[in-house]
Design a protein around this ligand. Structure first.
Ligand SMILES: Cc1cc2nc3c(=O)[nH]c(=O)nc-3n(C[C@H](O)[C@H](O)[C@H](O)COP(=O)(O)OP(=O)(O)OC[C@H]3O[C@@H](n4cnc5c(N)ncnc54)[C@H](O)[C@@H]3O)c2cc1C
Length: 393
């Protein structure tokens, strides 16, 4: 990273120069459990980033990206987090759907969808989980069938029925990438398709789910004869599992390093709280804060090493490490604040939101138990668990 000093300065200078004036107020907004904060202002900031070519920085230039190397992307995300710039609102399109379309989409799909993702003109959400399909995604039961005349232009189109759940940012999304069963009678990962579905239509209902924080970052999404064009299937119909797994492979990319700079800022804030309240004099808390700092260095070293390899079980190790670390950080925040952490002046403060939202860290993106299963099976070579009665026999 040492050879990229000029690039690092360019990013840092641009961010410092632009997080001023009308954008000065967005600094630090939208962290864990605070996704509701200043949404419109953060959207405007992201469009400003896009206009200067600072969105989708890792996409190849022929797809409208900046074509940054891995090292440069890491630097960009680190400087973004270090500058205090707000949490992103368009990350599902930029980090998940965009790379999926680049890898699996048709030229027509790429031409139609990549530019508005890059410009932050279309927001996306991820329609994978269902009430009966979370860790076991192959149990998806939302259906889609191709019908003549169901497309917007009078041509054939897909008609979707079913329910998704825990759909982050569905309430602000224009489009959803949906895993649906398109081959009647198919089971498990066979017969699924990866469909691009517009959210603004009569067949789609979004119902917010209130979280521990009192806000609603995620939602239930109901498809009742929802429609999308026949051509909006990514990959072949029936091959959606492969595409869906491809998307998951992009989920923990280089932005993890930026996330860790955000973690460091949170830890620094907690140390400042401990000084302010006097809890810093507690030797057990001091020890735990020091350990948290050391573990953060380990997280960084692990993430850097993982990025240089093909995605594999290392990703599961990294997810387990950061999710547990961040959950413990939420608890440290409360200990540092002493009695103040237990009271609210009517609304939760930043640290209380951190504690409550960080309970979700060990669930989304694959729960701790699932990561341990991956490590057990793929690293330690332990036998797979039986999944149902049939397999158990
Ligand atoms: C904040 C947040 C945002 C999310 N955003 C989205 C989103 O945008 N789109 C989307 O599609 N989904 C989203 N999710 C859903 C997330 O992917 C699921 O919650 C996750 O996959 C777990 O599935 P589940 O909730 O159905 O729990 P289940 O799969 O029912 O698991 C329940 C418990 O059983 C354990 N368990 C399950 N299977 C096994 C096993 N084989 N071995 C051992 N233990 C097991 C799990 O670890 C967990 O503790 C989000 C979740 C959260 C918390």
């Amino acid at each position: 990273m040492e050879n990229h000093g000029r690039f690092r300065r360019e990013v840092a200078t641009w961010l410092a120069d632009n997080l001023t004036g009308e954008f000065a107020g967005v600094r630090g907004l939208g962290g864990p459990g605070r996704e509701h904060e200043a949404f419109e202002a953060r959207l405007a900031w992201e469009r400003h980033l896009a206009a200067a070519g600072w969105t989708c920085v890792g996409w190849p230039t022929q797809f409208g990206g900046r074509g940054l190397s891995l090292a440069e992307q890491v630097i960009f995300h680190e400087e973004y987090a270090a500058s205090g710039a707000p949490a992103r609102v368009s990350h599902l399109g930029e980090q998940l759907l965009g790379p999926t379309l680049i890898a699996f989409g048709t030229p027509e799909q790429q031409r139609r969808f990549l530019p508005p993702i890059r410009a932050v003109e279309q927001l996306w959400c991820q329609g994978y989980s269902e009430p009966g399909a979370g860790s076991d995604l192959a149990a998806v039961s939302t259906t889609a069938r191709l019908e003549p005349g169901a497309g917007g232009d009078g041509g054939p189109g897909w008609i979707l029925n079913g329910q998704k759940i825990w759909t982050s940012l569905a309430h602000v999304a224009d489009w959803c990438f949906v895993v649906a069963r398109t081959e009647p009678g198919s089971t498990r990962h066979h017969g699924l398709s990866y469909l691009l579905v517009p959210m603004d239509q009569p067949g789609v209902t979004v119902r917010p789910i209130t979280q521990l924080t009192g806000t609603s970052e995620f939602n239930e999404v109901f498809f009742d004869d929802a429609r999308t064009e026949a051509g909006l299937v990514v990959g072949e119909p029936g091959d959606g599992w492969r595409v869906a797994m491809g998307t998951l492979g992009f989920e923990r990319g280089v932005s993890t390093l930026g996330q860790q700079i955000g973690f460091r800022r949170e830890l620094d804030g907690i140390v400042a709280q401990a000084r302010a309240t006097g809890t810093i004099d507690d030797p057990v808390l001091r020890d735990d804060l020091a350990r948290a700092r050391i573990d953060l260095r380990v997280l960084r070293a692990h993430a850097l090493r993982t990025l240089q390899r093909e995605p594999g079980p290392d990703v599961a190790v990294g997810k387990l490490l950061w999710a547990g670390w961040h959950r413990r950080l939420g608890e440290l925040a409360m200990r540092a604040r002493g009695a103040r952490g237990l009271t609210t002046g009517g609304d939760l403060d930043e640290w209380q939101r951190l504690l409550l939202f960080s309970r979700a860290d060990t669930i989304y993106g694959g729960s701790d138990e699932i990561q341990r299963n991956i490590i057990a099976e793929r690293v330690l070579g332990l036998p797979k668990e039986p999944r149902n009665t049939e397999e158990r026999r």
